[in-house]
Design a protein around this ligand. Structure first.
Ligand code: TNX
Length: 844
């Protein structure tokens, strides 16, 4: 009986959860009851606020002002009708930051548990109004109506944060404030400000002025070399203490607490160039060997604070004391990540300290350092926060907060060790990762799509057993800015809509979260809000397929406007709208793009050939041969990319020997593949195509588990002439062959940095007739480490080379007048980075 009762409740609740709400709010509130009728806001609506709510009332008035044109009165006495009442009621039986919002014909009332509660209620109220409410110019002819509702709402986590790296790229005060404002509208209540890193120190410290006069700038004549696209110019900036105080106030008004980060002891190159005395004192034997860490490029910068130098703790105390004086947050984040112990190992002072403290390895120095900094922070009345590396090497104080970024295992470890834990695992929360395989972005933590972010469920896989979940304080997204230098407004593109998903993870109970429901609210309503907020968010591209002479488009959401071209150009807002499949023999010239508005459009995509086939395999120890008829997708000679993608990740799966047969006879084969983003990829160069013949793809595959998956084929639009290579620069690889296989994922790097005059020549086996030759440099996808100062030369006879074209933005493209014999890449000046990366030629 009892059980039945519970079951009925469960069913009832589920229906309620999945039931669509007419009001589409993000993050989704805990409880919404929709009622009949609505309330219309007019110029004579009053905002009723007592003394403690007055400033919130003024915030609301200002928010409503630009779009409605109204200048609403904020007053203390309650009128009978037409009002928005704001009140704080600490007696409300809701968690902190919770609120109740009721809208009826007479007006709206927001009762908050505390100031944050009222603020959050105001955000919900704004979302109930037409999306134009967010416009910063007058929106005419709009009835400012909100539907009658009763909402009871409170956050799932107390800590709902977003981190922004302002070191690799600098964002000025208006940009930061704008960013915080957007966060607050998503009920995010922490802004983690990553203020210092190897590429720039961004916070004024009065006792150490060189930190910003020297450490905030990079460029050809600066102490810090150019980096991450800053190129030839002096680049940088910092915030004065006055500015910081203003941003702290601005954020506090929006219920956002700022957690400053001063990243030590690693990521400290900007300090090291300003005050070199913070560095280690390597012993003479080490120095004589001539081993300089900087000559040995490591992604972890070796400019690390010396642990054995007492003066450093004095200096840190002064710095942290200033920091503590203008950030009211309880926590100060001190980084602690990715320390390169290279110098510690060879430093007389660090070695002496190790001996004194009976330490056996350098990681114990890291722990020692953290404990000292923890002590400094405590003496300043603050608590310490750091990246999960701070757990290594020993126990810290139980108030110290751990920001788990490396893995879910690190998150479990932190919570199970009873450290207050913030979840920001790269694979879900690093918004500097690419959003799809076709997008720009890092991918070391995988592709972090919107759906991937939203799928995060901390209750899965018994990640936080027993009481350890109690130590999970919340979730946070991170936007590292290495790659944010381009294209314009990429910072916003990387942030939204992923932050909308983050907001809902942080706010909404797990049981009320549902991807389909979220995606509908997002695309139907929230996109429109973000448009008026003036966020250059990522518009999802359509799926574009090709098979048997037709390109078919699947719009990313119902009603999405997809435009296309068939001439290889990028679709514009004037291109035709896709309505029905496109008949074409040249799918590679088709491009499609979603247009949300004239200025908000997705990346353009070319058709993907519908999978050539699928496989199903039993577990086996030996190779299994599989074959597929590929006539529907194979339609021309040239270079083809064949991808084998298992349905579920399986590292026992492998593919060997891929062949293409024409009427049963092998005409192309490949033995060497590579694994990229979960697929085995092979490249086939197919010499001929004849529409009357039968084509088959054959592969040898193996897996010790049962395996299913799909085989897809993409034609590469490039010619693949046989070429030799003559190298005249310090290549890192033993040979340059990866540059001649027309596999654009295999590159070669030049390290150390090339010098002026260094060059590399491609010599074609026979004179090459082609339209264009393009040399793309920099890491595939990321674009890091391109050639910045260089040019291409052409030779028509193999002996005389003539200047053709300079590199711009890492790319140089030339159209030869007639058959060419050789192409030469010539470096004019070194790049600003530790190395240069060169890709295969793209010949069309
Ligand atoms: C790792 S996350 C870093 C950052 C990089 C980021 C790039 C962390 C504590 N350190 O310095 O910017 O990866 O994704």
């Amino acid at each position: 009986m009892n059980q039945l009762y519970i079951m009925i409740i469960a069913v009832f609740c589920t229906v309620d959860v999945v039931g669509q709400q007419a009001v589409a709010l993000i993050p989704r509130p805990v409880q919404v009851q929709e009622l009949q009728g609505s309330f219309e806001l007019t110029g004579s609506t009053a905002i009723v606020a007592g003394r403690s709510e007055k400033e919130l009332g003024e915030y609301l008035r200002d928010k409503l002002h630009s779009s409605t044109g109204y200048n609403l009165k904020v007053r203390a006495a309650e009128g009978e009708t037409n009002h928005i009442v704001l009140q704080i009621d600490p007696g409300l039986t809701l968690p902190s930051e919770g609120y109740r919002l009721t809208v009826g014909k007479q007006g709206a009332t927001i009762t908050g548990k505390d100031r944050g509660g009222v603020f959050n209620g105001i955000q919900t109220l704004l979302q109930l109004l037409p999306p134009q409410v967010y416009a910063d110019t007058l929106a005419r002819g709009i009835a400012w109506k909100m539907p009658s509702v009763t909402i009871t709402d409170y956050p799932r986590f107390r800590y709902r944060g977003m981190m922004l790296d302002v070191s690799r790229q600098f964002f000025d005060v208006p940009e930061v404030e704008q960013y915080i404002d957007w966060l607050s509208m998503h009920k995010i209540n922490r802004f983690h400000w990553h203020l210092t890193d190897d590429q720039g120190w961004r916070i004024q410290i009065k006792h150490y002025p060189r930190l910003t006069s020297v450490g905030a700038w990079r460029g050809p004549k600066e102490q810090l070399p150019p980096a991450y696209g800053s190129g030839d110019k002096r680049y940088g900036g910092y915030y004065t203490q006055k500015q910081i105080r203003a941003v702290v106030r601005y954020a506090a008004q929006r219920n956002v607490e700022i957690i400053p980060e001063i990243d030590i002891p690693g990521h400290s190159r900007a300090v090291a160039v300003s005050y070199p005395q913070i560095l280690c004192k390597p012993d003479t034997a080490f120095l004589e060997k001539g081993s300089r860490a900087t000559a040995n490029w490591d992604w972890r910068d070796p400019n690390v604070w010396c642990v054995g130098n007492e003066q450093n703790y004095k200096m840190l105390k002064v710095i942290l004391k200033e920091v503590a004086s203008f950030f009211p947050s309880k926590y100060i984040h001190i980084g602690g990540d990715e320390v390169n112990p290279y110098y510690w190992d060879h430093c007389t002072r660090c070695r002496a300290l190790m001996k004194k403290e009976h330490m056996t390895n350098a990681m114990e120095l890291q722990h020692y350092f953290m404990q000292r900094v923890e002590g400094i922070l405590h003496s300043l009345g603050k608590r310490m926060a750091g990246w999960d590396e701070i757990m290594d090497g020993g126990k810290l104080d139980s108030t110290t907060a751990v920001y788990a970024w490396r893995s879910t295992a690190k998150a479990s470890e932190a919570a199970m060790s009873h450290y207050p834990t913030v979840l920001m695992m790269g694979s879900y929360f690093y918004f500097d990762m690419a959003q799809s395989v076709n997008d720009r972005g890092h991918d070391w933590a995988g592709i972090v799509s919107l759906k991937k972010v939203y799928s995060f469920n901390p209750l899965e896989n018994n990640l936080f057993p027993d009481a350890s979940f109690h130590y999970v304080k919340g979730v946070q997204g991170a936007l590292w800015s290495e790659l944010l230098n381009k294209p314009p407004r990429f910072m916003e593109y990387q942030s939204y809509p992923r932050i909308a998903a983050l907001a809902e993870i942080g706010w909404t109970p797990q049981g009320e979260r549902n991807w389909g429901d979220f995606y509908t609210r997002l695309t139907h309503t929230h996109f429109e809000r973000m448009k008026y907020m003036n966020i250059a968010f990522r518009v999802p591209p359509p799926e574009v397929w090709y098979r048997s002479g037709y390109v078919t488009v699947v719009p990313p959401y119902p009603g999405a406007e997809v435009r296309y071209t068939t001439d290889g150009s990028i679709p514009t807002v004037a291109s035709p709208i896709y309505r029905d499949s496109i008949a074409t023999r040249f799918p590679d010239s088709v491009q499609c793009r979603t247009f949300y508005s004239a200025s908000l459009a997705s990346i353009p995509l070319k058709p993907v050939r519908v999978a050539a086939g699928e496989w199903t395999m039993e577990p086996a120890t030996g190779m299994t041969q599989q074959a597929w008829n590929i006539n529907p997708v194979f339609d021309q000679a040239g270079s083809w990319d064949i991808a084998f993608t298992p349905d579920t990740l399986d590292n026992t799966f492998s593919v060997k020997q891929v062949e293409l047969l024409e009427n049963g006879i092998t005409i192309s084969s490949a033995r060497l593949g590579n694994i990229t983003k979960g697929s085995w990829r092979y490249r086939l160069v197919v010499p001929a195509y004849d529409a009357t013949k039968q084509y088959t793809l054959r592969a040898e595959m193996q897996s010790s588990k049962a395996s299913t998956g799909k085989v897809s084929m993409q034609r590469l639009p490039y010619l693949t002439p046989e070429t030799g290579i003559i190298v005249n620069m310090p290549l890192m690889q033993h040979n340059a062959l990866p540059l001649t296989d027309y596999d654009f994922s295999t590159t070669v790097s030049c390290m150390p940095n090339a010098r002026a005059g260094d060059n590399l020549t491609f010599v074609f086996a026979s004179p090459l007739v082609c339209k264009t030759i393009t040399s793309v440099t920099g890491m595939p996808m990321l674009g890091l480490f391109p050639i910045q100062h260089g040019h291409l030369e052409l030779s028509y006879d193999g002996t005389h080379f003539e200047y053709a074209v300079p590199y711009t933005d890492g790319t140089a493209s030339v159209s030869p007048a007639h058959a060419v014999k050789a192409v030469r890449i010539v470096i004019d000046a070194p790049t600003d980075a530790p190395m240069m990366v060169i890709q295969d030629l793209r010949i069309e």
